[in-house]
Design a protein around this ligand. Sequence first.
Ligand code: UD1
Length: 360
Amino acid sequence: MKILTVIGARPQFIKAIALSHAVARANGVQEVLLHTGQHYDDNMSAVFFRDLRLAEPKYRFDLGGGRHGDMTGRQLIAIEEALIAEKPDVCLVYGDTNSTLAGSLAAAKLHVPVAHVEAGLRSFNRRMPEEINRVVSDHLATWLFAPTETAVHNLASEGIGGDKVHMVGDVMYDVSRLIIDNPGRRTDIAKGLGLSDKGYAVATIHRQENTDDPDRLLAILEALAELSAQMNVVLPLHPRTRKTIAGDSEAGKALERLMTIDPVGFFDMATLLAGAKLAVTDSGGLQKEAFFHGVPCVTVRDETEWVELVEHGWNRLPASITSGAISEAIDAALASGGGKQAMPYGDGHAAEAILKVLSA
Ligand code: UD1
């Protein structure tokens, strides 16, 4: 069996390592990696290939930047050509980025069956580009690998069910176990920054809905600046957010009170997270990684696809994206110290389960 895997953005490099490891252990399975180049900076892309020892992609394009239609269109053309040349049995896509959408669309039109990993997640907010990408990819896929029971229900309510849907758990949990099970792989990043264990917060902000709305971005930064009066707040700054803040002096002033660093690799981020007292983020991945490391989290969005964490008390959504409401959620999360012990994301062997289904 030949799998052509499409990756392009930071979280996909991380997710891909779990399946690539499983493929390396399996007989008769070949994986061809295609990197669209949606993320291209060294610290948004290459560092993950080095850290996680992900193989060099056979196809590497330079198709990042630009508006959504422009970027997705260029990716569609390139992926179609690779699919025609490779004739894979499966085109595998992860998550909800523009690279995911381009991969599923190119493959479906060529009658190459699509496997969608992280299927069935919904924010029910169609203003998010990610929601459009995941809905379309789910409806085009032949195999839908759901990370949670909630995702299975979401698919059923859109008329997708039966043999196509497989609840396999979350590949991010597979990957997080690389460091949870091997604490020796923690790096010295926190020490280098002078941070004491459980004495700081870690934050990330990159979603278009936050970065492209100056009021929301300022509210988040002001709440983080307020938190910095109590503890250090480390913010590895995404290039999208850096670009937006560059032209906004008020946001820039709030930013000065935080410990801003460049984006970091997988093991550095996992180390920062594991040692943190609190995570504040708009990232889907970080919400769960915080939980895997036993760290409470505030998600600065109006809704989340990972509703289990809110139900179990590990994650909090502010009542609104204003600095007051975010600070309230932060105080509540710090006071709670965590949530219910439960594991809604499978057993840490999602990649093997996916490969088993595809090989059947
Ligand atoms: C994308 C995904 C999002 C995912 C996130 C992870 C879409 C619609 N969004 O959002 O779902 O959670 O990646 O990070 O696909 N840029 C650089 N250097 C880079 C990468 C990006 O400067 O290495 C710039 C781009 O040129 C662009 C901006 O950052 O101006 C945003 O990049 P883009 O890939 O459009 O979206 P993300 O916000 O990263």
